[in-house]
Design a binder for this molecule. Structure first.
Ligand code: ASN
Ligand code: ZN
Ligand code: CA
Length: 332
């Protein structure tokens, strides 16, 4: 017996019609991605443990795009895992989450009206709730990239999930999840510097987080101060999310893919952006070579300075922008 990888078609809830890598099984197909380590997507059917059932289909066309069926959430999750895998390979030169080609797996329809998604390193898997009234699964592309990237962080810097290192851990997931969204180049779910803009987690259409000016969410920090490590990690992440935006795009007002941003620095200084691709290279090299479990914001500045120096040189404009962006968020 040899598994045959096939090209399925998915009607997703958040990313339009997408290609899915599936596997022939019996007379039908299953959500096993033979192109990417064999990543499988399971339906927990509102359960909260185990794997539930591997998602299968008769004709290799999956989901109805509404989210009222059982398959659509699985389509978004399977697609998000594939795009994240491809981003790691193509942009980071990384073979899977841990760099060893090993697939994770995804579980959808977790719990009842569960409004969250999470990575769990002990199962090497990611899990998605169905959202309020089980109507908006938490399976947006940037959310999938965010959760999967918690696995990447665990296998690299392993930033402690508390205090400033916890904020850096969270920001790393927002940064890489955002990079996945831009990488996917999906016309229905275009790249932006918003987190969770598709999943309507607030019930009023607003995103969960904003990287250009994190305080727009009502809780996140725009700038470092000595008490930032006391915040929840999803709020202290604001400092690094803001750093990343400033480094990639620069300070001030800008419109990207139809979304207006306005990114102020703490002291009114100007930051010149170096572009998303270079900013990602710097963050990833810093994360995988220079950050450790106890890295705080001051250490993160040093780590990215080293990475920028390695990649672009000590006299480079890229290193100058790294310094300007950290100063712009009050990290010295
Ligand atoms: N969705 C959240 C996150 O990835 C779950 C959590 O708070 N651990 O950060
Ligand atoms: Zn997270
Ligand atoms: Ca987004």
């Amino acid at each position: 017996y040899e598994a045959i990888e096939t090209a399925g078609i998915g009607n997703s809830q958040y990313s339009g019609t997408v290609d899915l890598s599936t596997t022939a099984s019996g007379s039908g197909f299953e959500l096993t991605d033979g192109d990417r380590g064999g990543h499988k997507t399971y339906d927990l059917n509102q359960g909260e443990s185990g794997t539930g059932a591997l998602v299968t289909d008769d004709d290799n066309t999956w989901g109805d795009g509404t989210g009222n069926d059982r398959q659509t959430a699985a389509v978004d999750a399977h697609y998000g895992a594939a795009e994240t895998w491809d981003f790691y390979k193509s942009a980071l030169g990384r073979d899977g989450i841990a760099g060893d080609g090993k697939a994770a797996y995804s579980r959808v329809h977790y719990g009842d009206s569960y409004v969250n998604a999470f990575w769990d390193d002990s199962c090497f898997c990611m899990t998605y709730g169905d959202g309020a009234d089980n109507k908006s699964a938490l399976t947006g592309l940037d959310v999938a990239g965010h959760e999967m990237s918690h696995g990447l962080t665990a296998s690299t810097a392993n930033l402690d999930y508390i205090g400033e290192s916890g904020g850096l851990n969270e920001a790393t997931s927002d940064i890489l999840g955002t990079a996945v969204e831009f990488f996917a180049d999906n016309s229905t779910d275009v790249g932006d510097y918003l987190i969770g803009e598709k999943i309507d987690i607030n019930g009023d259409g607003t995103p969960l987080r904003y990287m250009d000016q994190p305080s727009k969410d009502g809780g996140s920090a725009d700038y470092w101060d000595s008490s930032v490590g006391d915040l929840d990690v999803h709020y202290s992440s604001g400092v690094a999310n803001h750093f990343f935006y400033l480094l990639a795009e620069g300070s001030g007002a800008k419109t990207i893919n139809g979304v207006d941003y306005d990114s102020p620095t703490s002291d009114g200084s100007t930051v010149t952006g170096i572009g998303r691709d270079k900013a990602i290279q710097i963050w990833y090299k810093a994360l995988s070579e220079y950050m450790t479990s106890t890295t705080d914001y001051a250490d993160a500045r040093t780590a990215t300075e080293k990475a920028a120096t390695d990649l672009y040189g000590a006299e480079s404009a890229e290193l100058a922008s790294v310094d300007a962006a950290w100063s712009g968020v009050n990290v010295s």
